[in-house]
Every structure is written in structure tokens, then in C-alpha cells.
Design a protein around this ligand. Structure first.
Ligand SMILES: *[C@@H]1O[C@H](CO)[C@@H](O)[C@H](O)[C@H]1NC(C)=O
Ligand SMILES: *[C@@H]1O[C@H](CO)[C@@H](O)[C@H](O)[C@H]1NC(C)=O
Ligand SMILES: *[C@@H]1O[C@H](CO)[C@@H](O)[C@H](O)[C@H]1NC(C)=O
Ligand SMILES: *[C@@H]1O[C@H](CO)[C@@H](O)[C@H](O)[C@H]1NC(C)=O
Ligand SMILES: *[C@@H]1O[C@H](CO)[C@@H](O)[C@H](O)[C@H]1NC(C)=O
Ligand SMILES: *[C@@H]1O[C@H](CO)[C@@H](O)[C@H](O)[C@H]1NC(C)=O
Length: 459
């Protein structure tokens, strides 16, 4: 807690205002031209210290972008490489080993989808008339993790859908974060290829919803960009604390943007400047609806007394073990998926976001808001209108308010319960309205009827 100093507050403020901080200045040009034969190789571009730390391989001493059948080419020049993004090229698709598992109500144990050499859904019970969800994990993870199963189960409980879990565990483990961050491009391309296939089978792009955590949020962004490029913009992307290092200050080709789907909603839970605070989530708004939860920086219940790893540049990431890194970032960064799944599971418990300016949101960083009646955000929920409040989770894309929203939670599950009577009454009113609206909404991506937020809830 002491660690949340005014200094942090200022740094976050600068970062959110789009100003440079800690020398992280975007140097990339927006053009994505192919490197000429004279272009320096990855090895030549690397700063000497970075080179020693990254320990690049001989095969990275090339200038031509690597191309793969059906996935396209992966240039490693600007904007993919910059001073703030000393990333090697992505590993080969076989090494990243992207796999899809389909879960449905009839087959809750999942079926592995054949992706190569031809996509084959014959053995699955994929149904193009149902909404399709893709859930993608982040760094140093795979589909064995509990949260993906929790979220998948919550989806299937609420919705008769095709739920795909995207596994890129081999590529996410990598040797270090920088390599894993680069491998996201391959996973995005694999999803783009798959998305094109299912749209060809008759799936409505509007009915596709990609949910990704951390690096998985950027994978969802690459997926969305590829679908948009074939005029099949997907319905929604939910970005759960999109990864900051190597993305935040980069161009729109490189990171998740709000143009990657019809609606992009973002949960910010670990948004501190990476250097020196080692926050792993993006600080700046990245979607149409950005929820800054408890200020967005550090989650209650996640305060740590440990000294953060000694990070002075992005290249330091190359020297850190995956274990150190994932242990450090797991709590606040991981809360993003916990809150989202919680919102799917609990119909009588909602996270109401109150529209705030970025500066107001950042002000919450300093106070680490939790649910109390004295909390100005909680207090202001009482005067919610359809234009200034939104509800985090499944419903957010169908409510009309857009912008940055402040949300407060409890410090442990149930994150949105156990508060004073007055709050309970308020939330009960809201939940009754939403429960009604929920029943009316038959398909998840069609705005059949927009529930309207009124003074004390939805009706
Ligand atoms: C990279 O390639 C250049 C020529 O293309 C060669 O001179 C240089 O030694 C190579 N560097 C490494 C580390 O392999
Ligand atoms: C799913 O797996 C469980 C445990 O392995 C098994 O008991 C159950 O029969 C399976 N369900 C289906 C529908 O295959
Ligand atoms: C696909 O789903 C629709 C309704 O969601 C259902 O009517 C249809 O029978 C399903 N198709 C198959 C092949 O199961
Ligand atoms: C998934 O990750 C866990 C934890 O990192 C690991 O123990 C397990 O072996 C991995 N599973 C696969 C199939 O790679
Ligand atoms: C996408 O739509 C635009 C405008 O309708 C059209 O010019 C373009 O050819 C389409 N692109 C593809 C890949 O279908
Ligand atoms: C952090 O690392 C830098 C250089 O890598 C070193 O100069 C500095 O003393 C280190 N700080 C701590 C607290 O270990």
C-alpha cells in the first residue's frame, strides 16, 4: 500500500495523458513497408546490451520477413521492431503449436479441432447458427489453467454457444517474455485463418466474440484485424488487462485497438507504468469501453510486500525466468479474468462502472478504492443514467454508454457483494432490471432491446 506513492500517481497520470515516461517514446513509423535488402537484420538492430541479454539465434540474422502458407508474412522491421520493442521475429507455427478445443453444452469435455493441413470440424459439433466465443490465455500459460475452464463453464451456463479455448502454451512459455510477445502474431494469424473458414461455413462475424487475457488480448486484436481486412469485422473483443510491455506505446498495427471489433471492452487491473512499477497491463484506454477497476493499477487483496524485480529496461525481461515474472504479475493482472467470470456467473451481483475522465480514474489509483458507501464512485452510481454508467461483463457491449469507467470491488470473492444495506438495495434494483433484460436478449450480439439505466437501476 505504501508503495502507491504520489510519485506513482504522477507517473500514471503522465502515461495516461499520453506523455512520455521513463524514456518510453514511440519511435516507430506507422508504415509497415517490407524491409529492403539493405535493411539491418534483427541482430544488427539490437543494442549491444540487449543482444547479450537476448542471446539471439543465428537464424535471426536475416532481413527478409518469414512467410508461412495460409498465414502470411511476418516482417520484423518497424513497426514490429523499435527501441521500445526489441522483439525477435515470431517462432515458426509448428513451434507455437496453436490448438483449438471446442466446448459445447452437448460436449462439455471438449473436442480438439483439426487445424492442419486442412481445417476439419466434422468430428466436432460446431454449429454456425450459434454464437462463437474464443478464449485465449496470455504469457506462460496454457489451457490447463483453471480460469479458462471457469469462464468457459460460465459462458455455457448462460448461453448455448460454441466456446473455443485457444491454446498456444508452447509459444507462450518460450524462453522469455519478448519471444512469447512476438509469437502472438502467429496465434492471431491462425485464428484469422480459422475465422475466415467458419465465416465461409456460414457463421455471422457479428456473432464472434474473442476474449483474451494479457498477451491473449493482443492475439484477439490481431484476429480482429485479420477479420476486418476481409470485411468480416467480428462482433466483440473483451480484453482482460491487455499486456503493456512491447505494446502500449506502439502503433495500431501492433496492439489491440478499438477498431479490431464492433465493440471492444477492456478491463484494466494492473495498469501501472511498467518501468519502474512493473505493472503489466496497459494504462491507456484501448477500447470503446474501458473499465478501470479500483483505479486500474493494483487490486485490493493483491498488495505485496515483496520488492519488485529490478527492471530498468524492457530488455531486462529477457533475463528473467518465466516463473519470477508470472509470480510477480499474477495477482492484479489475473483479477481481470476473475472479475469478468464473476460477472458471468452472478446474475444478482453487478459491477457498475461510472464514467470518469482519465484523470479522475487515475485519482482512484491514489486511493485504491474499495466498496464503501463513502466511496465517491459508489455514491455517484445512485445518479446513473444510460449515458454515464455501464455494467462490466457480458452486458457491457449492449448498454449504450461508451468511454472510461471507474469500478470498485471488494478485495476477495464475492467481489461485488457483502456491502452495506443501502448498496445491496440499489444493486438488487439494478439486478432485477437486468435479469428481465437478460431474458429478452436471445442472441448475445444483437441489440434486440437495450436495457435502459434509470436513476436506480435498469428497466
Ligand atoms: C550475420 O550475417 C552477416 C552477413 O550477412 C555476417 O557478416 C555476420 O557475421 C552474421 N552475424 C552472425 C552473428 O551470424
Ligand atoms: C466427461 O468427462 C468425465 C470425467 O472424465 C466423464 O465422467 C464424463 O462421462 C464425460 N462426459 C461426456 C459427455 O463425455
Ligand atoms: C444448430 O443450432 C440450431 C439452433 O441453435 C438448431 O436448430 C440446429 O438443429 C443445430 N444444428 C445442428 C446440426 O445441430
Ligand atoms: C500447462 O501449464 C502447466 C503450468 O505451467 C504445466 O504444468 C503443464 O505441463 C502445461 N500443460 C501442457 C500440456 O503443456
Ligand atoms: C470489402 O468491402 C469493400 C467495400 O465494400 C470492397 O471494396 C472490398 O473489395 C472488400 N474486400 C474484400 C476482401 O472483400
Ligand atoms: C538494478 O540494476 C542496475 C543495473 O542492472 C544496477 O545498477 C542497480 O544497482 C540495481 N538495483 C538494485 C536495487 O538491485
Amino acid at each position: 500500500m505504501d508503495f502507491m506513492t504520489p510519485c506513482l500517481f504522477l507517473a500514471a497520470l503522465y502515461a495516461m495523458a499520453g506523455l512520455s515516461h521513463q524514456g518510453l517514446i514511440s519511435k516507430n513509423s506507422p508504415t509497415d513497408e517490407l524491409p529492403s535488402t539493405k535493411a539491418p537484420t534483427y541482430l544488427e538492430r539490437l543494442d549491444k546490451t540487449v543482444k547479450t541479454r537476448l542471446n539471439p539465434t543465428e537464424s535471426e540474422n536475416v532481413t527478409e520477413p518469414t512467410c508461412y502458407p495460409e498465414l502470411g508474412c511476418f516482417p520484423t522491421s518497424s513497426p514490429w521492431f523499435s527501441l521500445t520493442r526489441p522483439l525477435p521475429g515470431p517462432a515458426a507455427p509448428e513451434e507455437v503449436n496453436t490448438a483449438l478445443y471446442l466446448f459445447t453444452r452437448n460436449r462439455p469435455n471438449g473436442t480438439k479441432v483439426m487445424l492442419w493441413p486442412k481445417i476439419d470440424l466434422e468430428e466436432t459439433n460446431f454449429n454456425t447458427t450459434k454464437p462463437t466465443i474464443f478464449i485465449t490465455h496470455g504469457f506462460a500459460s496454457n489451457t490447463s489453467n483453471e480460469w479458462m475452464h471457469d469462464m468457459k463453464d460460465a459462458y455455457l451456463e448462460n448461453m448455448d454457444a460454441n466456446v473455443f479455448m485457444v491454446d498456444w502454451g508452447k509459444g507462450a512459455k518460450g524462453i522469455n517474455y519478448l519471444r512469447a510477445a512476438s509469437n502472438t502474431r502467429i496465434v492471431g494469424a491462425e485464428l484469422g485463418r480459422f475465422g475466415r473458414h467458419i465465416v465461409g461455413l456460414g457463421q455471422q462475424p457479428d456473432q464472434i466474440h474473442a476474449v483474451g487475457h494479457s498477451l491473449g488480448a493482443h492475439i484477439s486484436g490481431y484476429f480482429g484485424k485479420r477479420m476486418a481486412s476481409i470485411n468480416s469485422t467480428i462482433g466483440r473483443i473483451t480484453a482482460l488487462d491487455p499486456a503493456q510491455p512491447g505494446f502500449e506505446v506502439e502503433g495500431p498495427e501492433v496492439k489491440l485497438t478499438k477498431n479490431d471489433a464492433k465493440t471492444v471492452d477492456v478491463l484494466h487491473t494492473d495498469a501501472r507504468p511498467f518501468i519502474p512499477f512493473f505493472g503489466f497491463g496497459m494504462l491507456q484506454p484501448a477500447g470503446d469501453i474501458d473499465f478501470y477497476i479500483n483505479g486500474g493499477a493494483l487490486q485490493p487483496g493483491c498488495y505485496t510486500v515483496e520488492v519488485p524485480p529490478n527492471i530498468t529496461s524492457l530488455a531486462d525481461l529477457a533475463t528473467m525466468t518465466v516463473e519470477t515474472l508470472s509470480k510477480w504479475v499474477s495477482c492484479s493482472h489475473g483479477r481481470s479474468y476473475e472479475y469478468f467470470t464473476w460477472s458471468l456467473k452472478n446474475k444478482d451481483c453487478f459491477f457498475v462502472g461510472r464514467k470518469m475522465t482519465l484523470v479522475e480514474n487515475v485519482a482512484k489509483v491514489g486511493t485504491l478504492g474499495t466498496l464503501t458507501l463513502a466511496d465517491p464512485i459508489v455514491d455517484s452510481i445512485r445518479s446513473c443514467t444510460k449515458d454515464n454508467c455501464n455494467i462490466l461483463g457480458f452486458l457491457s457491449s449492449r448498454l449504450p454508454a461508451r468511454g472510461a469507467f471507474a469500478v470498485t470491488t471488494n478485495d476477495k470473492p464475492p467481489f461485488c457483494k457483502s456491502r452495506a444495506d443501502e448498496m445491496k438495495a440499489l444493486y438488487n434494483t439494478i439486478s432485477l432490471g437486468v435479469a428481465g433484460a437478460w431474458d429478452k436478449i436471445k442472441t448475445p450480439f444483437t441489440m434486440i432491446e437495450t436495457p435502459k439505466l434509470t436513476k436506480f437501476g435498469l428497466n
